[in-house]
Design a protein around this ligand. Structure first.
Ligand code: PNS
Length: 164
């Protein structure tokens, strides 16, 4: 682990990964030599894809980005960062509505481990309205998710929900 290149960590539940997530990963990969996409279960959310399914979808969606690793963790993010000795967190900020939650999380993570710095990246404006929960709702209600998610995610949603 200590030989790892300097890494920034992009944590999330990614249920499912969206084009907005990929946009953030791509932007982050231009700024840092290595990006760890750290997938976990969000205890406040109900997930439709298992942790392993989300990892597989993210691996497939990022296979063209050499410096991106997809890993998983459980427990506190602050503890995970200590374990892998990486203290830069990436989070996406789509709109002002994200700010309160993200600000609280950044400060709490720094309270838990003072070495942690959170860097916010804004996605392309065409993704500012996009969220995993909306994608799930569209799929569950039979709509097409083609414009919102990578191809492999679209196919998986179709298998699960028989949506357009
Ligand atoms: O994509 P999400 O669901 O908005 O990501 C939130 C996530 C998973 C990054 C956050 O819930 C998290 O860090 N969970 C791990 C447990 C933890 O450390 N909780 C305290 C956060 S201050």
């Amino acid at each position: 682990m200590n030989n790892r290149k300097f890494s920034a960590v992009y944590p999330g539940s990614f249920d499912p990964p969206t084009n907005g997530h990929l946009d953030i990963i791509t932007r982050a990969s231009r700024l840092f030599p290595n990006i760890i996409v750290a997938v976990t279960d969000n205890v406040n959310k109900r997930h439709i894809f298992t942790l392993q399914e989300r990892i597989d979808l993210l691996k497939k969606s990022t296979e063209n980005l050499e410096s991106v690793e997809v890993l998983s963790f459980s427990g506190l993010l602050a503890d995970y960062l200590e374990k892998i000795n990486s203290f830069v967190l990436i989070r996406g900020l789509r709109a002002l509505s994200d700010f309160e939650y993200e600000f609280q999380m950044a400060l709490m993570n720094r309270k838990l481990n003072k070495k942690i710095e959170t860097i916010f990246l804004t996605p392309d404006q065409s993704y500012t309205f996009l969220s995993s929960s909306m994608v799930k709702e569209i799929a569950m209600l039979g709509g097409s998710t083609r414009d919102f998610v990578p191809k492999c995610v679209e196919l998986e949603l179709k298998k699960r929900f028989g949506n357009r």
